[in-house]
Design a protein around this ligand. Structure first.
Ligand SMILES: [Cu+2]
Length: 243
């Protein structure tokens, strides 16, 4: 009798242990996503001078600008901040899957340049390509992990596309205007951001966990750091690219 009681107590203890380890392991409760990770990407070294873009091949492009247009491969803002850097979770989400957001990502032809110069979106999210210029553009992404497409877009004609798989990042060009160059980064999760003109980024609603965070810049390459964010914690993480 006493032996049976002992076995029962042990069984309950083992069950309780396995239950508690299940809830604290991995990504935890998906509702528990109040952590955030903010920071700045900086540039150190001699600031590269952007070169002037000559749009004289298309008078409609020239007409769209009143000031000189310059290249955007390295864009520095205030306080040495580096703009257009994609900062994202590259490891630590396990096998969790995420639905794409309902609202489309927008990539615009404006002044014969891409706005934004670097776009980040989720896989299978709708991509609205908008031509706000008077001239006719072409959009031709060169993916290595997605279906390639190549389309002409006259002014005002809607164009909807998508990318099915993660890829960081897809170069985009216009076959009409050879100076036009942009990038689209595609993610299978929602934990990514593109730095603003001051190099700042904000990864919101991150589930608590240990992650590898990667920063990608089109010319300067990638950098990664490991970070642990606790439940409800607002953590700071900075990156510095040197040239
Ligand atoms: Cu174009």
């Amino acid at each position: 009798m006493r032996k049976n009681f002992y076995v029962l107590i042990m069984t309950i203890a083992v069950l309780a242990l396995s239950l508690s380890s299940r809830t604290s392991a991995g990504l935890g409760n998906p509702a528990d996503s109040s952590s955030s990770l903010k920071g700045q990407v900086k540039f150190e070294g001699a600031a590269p001078k952007p070169s002037r873009i000559d749009m004289s091949a298309d008078p409609l492009c020239v007409k769209a600008h009143t000031t000189p247009v310059t290249t955007e491969d390295i864009v520095l803002g205030g306080d040495g901040g580096l703009a257009n850097v994609v900062v994202y979770v590259s490891d630590g989400l396990g096998s969790a899957t995420f639905q794409p957001p309902q609202q489309p990502a927008v990539f615009e032809h404006k002044g014969c340049q891409y706005k934004p110069h670097v776009l980040a979106m989720q896989a299978n999210q709708k991509l609205d390509v908008v031509n706000s210029d008077e001239t006719t553009h072409n959009i031709h992404p060169s993916p290595s992990n997605n279906r390639e497409w190549n389309m002409t877009q006259p002014h005002g004609v809607p164009l909807e596309q998508t990318f099915a798989r993660q890829e960081i990042a897809i170069p985009v060009k216009c076959n009409v205007h050879p100076w036009m160059r942009g990038f689209i980064a595609v993610f299978k999760h929602p934990y990514f951001a593109v730095t603003d003109k001051n190099g700042s980024f904000d990864l919101k609603d991150l589930p608590p966990g240990t992650y590898t965070i990667t920063a990608w810049q089109e010319k300067l390459g990638t950098q990664s750091q490991k970070v642990t964010v606790g439940s409800g914690e607002a953590k700071t993480l900075d990156f510095t690219f040197k040239q």
